[in-house]
Design a protein around this ligand. Structure first.
Ligand SMILES: Cc1cc2nc3c(=O)[nH]c(=O)nc-3n(C[C@H](O)[C@H](O)[C@H](O)COP(=O)(O)O)c2cc1C
Length: 196
């Protein structure tokens, strides 16, 4: 089984991210191909990037960085669950990304975005994908975009997707497995032959 880390990006009290991450975790587990773990940045609670050395050196001073690096390093694939904050993705995710470099490289990522508004977080996705390129993370074309989030959440805080969202999630997971297999080969070759 491939190791899939679902990164829930928002950190504010009352955030909806873990609810969405919990849903996509269930979908991923049902696919049968992944050993899945949710990494909630709100719980991990990384301070603003404060490592003295560039992450390319992988000489981390802080214990929380070592733990974060170990979690990302063991991943074969990611799903980023991101809200849209001010037409982009949250600063908490940018911060968590910046802490590391090699640990991200040559792995695929699905993205699940959501927002209160009708645009479903697609502007956050575009910003995130642009930044993932520098880390050699491949952001998949297939993704899940949840518009007007409150329409899918009942009074008890239970998220219920419609058919379009469920189908999008299945398609993304199918493609994520495909890319995970391929990227494993690319990753082995990259780390065998060249310093990245
Ligand atoms: C700081 C901030 C900025 C936001 N900016 C946008 C935005 O640009 N577009 C949008 O549709 N919703 C925006 N929202 C609404 C969020 O998409 C919505 O509150 C969502 O639940 C936030 O994710 P979270 O609950 O996991 O923090 C914003 C919310 C916050 C707190």
């Amino acid at each position: 089984m491939y190791k899939l880390k679902i990164i829930s990006s928002t950190v504010r009290p009352g955030r909806k991210g873990p609810m969405i991450a919990g849903w996509i975790k269930d979908v991923a587990e049902k696919s049968g191909a992944f050993e899945v773990e949710v990494l909630d940045l709100g719980e991990i609670n990384l301070p603003l990037m404060n490592e003295p050395l560039h992450p390319i050196m992988q000489q981390y001073e802080h214990e929380y960085t070592k733990q974060w690096a170990a979690k990302i390093d063991e991943a074969d694939a990611f799903i980023f669950v991101t809200a849209e904050y001010d037409y982009s993705y949250p600063a908490s995710l940018k911060n968590a990304i910046e802490y590391l470099m090699h640990e991200w490289a040559y792995k695929p990522a699905g993205i699940v975005s959501y927002s209160l508004g009708p645009f479903a977080g697609v502007r956050a996705v575009q910003s995130l994908k642009a930044d993932l390129i520098s880390l050699r993370v491949v952001g998949l074309a297939e993704m899940v975009n949840i518009p007007s989030l409150t329409q899918f959440v009942n009074d008890d805080g239970i998220f219920t997707p419609n058919e379009i969202l469920s189908k999008s999630a299945d398609m993304m997971l199918t493609q994520l497995l495909r890319w995970t297999k391929g990227m494993k080969l690319i990753k082995e070759e990259a780390f065998d032959n060249v310093a990245v």
